[in-house]
Design a protein around this ligand. Structure first.
Ligand SMILES: [Fe+2]
Length: 207
């Protein structure tokens, strides 16, 4: 019997934005963030201040994040509205601490910034394809995983790296199996500008 000739094309894709912004982070800022007052989160520690980008000492970091958000809005999303950071906070994962699975409500794009050396082995961020309950689990065989069927994707961050992703994506952080503390900063974002159309009576002005 003749072989079937076929093609498979990706219909849609999920973006993961990665940029090195180490040029915008000074040693002094690293110390400021490391020394923020922390409180207990579900499984790790979170800064008491949940708007850390408002610190004037962290202005260069906020500016670099804003530049990255501008690129994301323009080139990844292709929109004319402006993305801006809403809440921003620092996280500390001490040895054996990870972070439970979650997604970010009331936000469009979320980000994480890794401003120190990552303790080895580096605890990765794991993204889940599914954001809802799966009644059927059609899990691919390990040697048959591909971009169409994989249920998880692993992102291993580097020092100085800013990553951004859709806020609706479910993700968790592996337990920190090193002897050292794992530091990071996270933020949410929303849009400013106009959505919809005046004459179609679906206009929404966000400022
Ligand atoms: Fe998160």
């Amino acid at each position: 019997m003749a072989e079937i000739e076929y093609e498979v094309h990706p219909l849609f894709a999920e973006p993961l934005f990665r940029a090195n912004i180490s040029h915008a982070i000074s040693d002094k800022q690293v110390e400021i963030i490391k020394n923020l007052k922390m409180v207990q989160n579900k499984s790790n520690l979170i800064s008491e201040d949940l708007y850390i980008f408002n610190h004037k000492e962290l202005k260069s970091i906020k500016n670099a994040v804003q530049k990255a958000l501008d690129i994301y809005a323009k080139t990844v999303m292709g929109i004319s509205q402006k993305l801006y950071p809403t809440q921003s906070w620092s996280l500390i994962n001490q040895p054996n601490m990870g972070m439970h699975g979650h997604s970010h409500s009331n936000s469009i794009v979320s980000g994480a910034l890794y401003y120190t050396d990552m303790p080895k082995p580096v605890a990765s961020m794991i993204f889940d394809r599914h954001t809802t309950y799966q009644q059927l689990q059609l899990t691919p065989d390990n040697d048959k995983k591909n971009i169409y069927n994989t249920t998880m994707n692993v992102v291993t961050p580097k020092k100085g790296e800013l990553i951004m992703f859709s806020s609706r994506l479910q993700h968790f952080v592996q337990a920190n199996m090193s002897k050292d503390t794992r530091y990071s900063v996270s933020f949410n974002s929303f849009i400013k500008g106009k959505l919809g159309d005046l004459r179609d009576v679906n206009e929404l002005r966000l400022s």
